[in-house]
Design a protein around this ligand. Structure first.
Ligand code: PMV
Length: 332
């Protein structure tokens, strides 16, 4: 295959993973992938996906390779179809991605991957879209990906329109305005057993607490937004842990139960509590996987890394500053 063929349209991008401080779990519309509740995240500089997208009239179907391994194209084809419809082309696309962290292990590789794919695909076909529009396209592939279009502190609106036209992400605070750091404790690098999409569907149908989660979300989100804008670290940290534990309570009470944690997860939670009791202010959060992310101020991150690295159940520790917007890059 000749990559300099003028019929090929390509672009290259980088996007960063994110973690929600105020979580979403559940959809208000599964088909349009509209989240049931709004969420607020921070983008993570140290966890990145680089992606190359090539639309090729000779390809027979979309294909996705991540770090040399073939992956299912279901989520990415939703995004590619929206780009194809808007640009009135029908070519299939080849996607080659690389992650600098474990894929599908609860570190939001789909957020960075789909955000990277969205901006590269739109650019490859010459679509001039705003970041708001890009976030709406990314949301269709993975709701958390809508947030990775932006750097810093980002809010994803669940909206109320049936067509999802008011469900998009937007930045609420630049990373320079509050340069927090995150210590990522990886307690297992294998793939998770139940995907978020399957898990959410099951929770909405079976957890007795799901309706309360949805009805209490707007007030909790407003409190989080205010605490962020006030740069109130203790309040943001406490709300972050509450949101995480409320989401995991929904997972635990799903039938059959969704327990994404392992022994390492608990040991890191306990260590964060010990660190806090001894005067090092830091707070944990956990997505749909066993890894723990610890939010802290930059002055404390090095000592937290060394304490957490000593826990026997922790296989790897990463330290991250807050990340930038997803962006196009030159081919290597
Ligand atoms: O949008 P998805 O399928 O990547 O689901 C993400 C769900 C959580 O990471 C568990 C929570 C969140 O708000 O990011």
């Amino acid at each position: 295959m000749n990559e300099s063929d003028p019929k090929l349209r390509s672009a290259h991008s980088i996007a960063h993973s994110n973690i929600a401080l105020a979580k979403y779990w559940g959809k208000r519309n599964s088909e349009l992938n509209i989240p049931a509740v709004s969420s607020i995240s921070i983008t993570l500089e140290a966890l990145a996906t680089k992606s190359s997208v090539t639309f090729d009239p000779h390809s027979r179907g979309d294909s996705l390779e991540i770090d040399g391994e073939r992956f299912d194209t279901e989520k990415i084809s939703v995004v590619l179809d929206l780009v194809r419809t808007q640009s009135k082309i029908t070519d299939a696309a080849r996607i080659q991605s690389s992650n600098n962290f474990p894929t599908s292990a609860g570190l939001a590789s789909s957020a960075s991957g789909i955000a990277a794919l969205t901006i590269a695909a739109a650019s490859a076909v010459g679509l001039a879209l705003s970041r708001k529009e890009l976030s709406m396209i990314a949301r269709r592939g993975s709701a958390s990906a809508a947030r990775s279009i932006f750097g810093g502190f980002v809010e994803l609106h669940s909206g109320s329109q049936p067509d999802g036209s008011d469900s998009f992400a937007e930045p609420i605070l630049d990373r320079e305005d509050w340069p927090l750091e995150v210590v990522v404790a990886i307690t297992q690098s294998g793939k998770k057993a139940t995907s978020s999409t399957t898990g959410m569907l099951s929770t909405a149908g079976t957890s007795p607490f799901f309706d309360t989660w949805v009805s209490s979300a707007p007030a909790k989100l407003a409190e989080m937004r205010e605490a962020i804008l006030a740069l109130d670290f203790q309040h943001v940290g406490e709300l972050t842990e509450q949101s995480c534990l409320a989401m995991h309570s929904l997972m635990f009470t799903t039938v059959p139960s969704l327990i994404y944690w392992n022994e390492g997860t608990i040991s890191v939670i306990r260590e964060v509590q010990r660190l806090r009791a001894s005067g090092t202010e830091c707070y944990f959060t956990i997505d749909a996987g066993p890894q723990v992310k610890i939010i802290c101020e930059p002055a404390n991150s090095a000592s937290i890394v060394s304490t957490i690295s000593e826990l026997p159940a922790v296989v790897e520790v990463r330290r991250s500053r807050l990340g930038p917007d997803a962006q196009l890059v030159n081919p290597k």
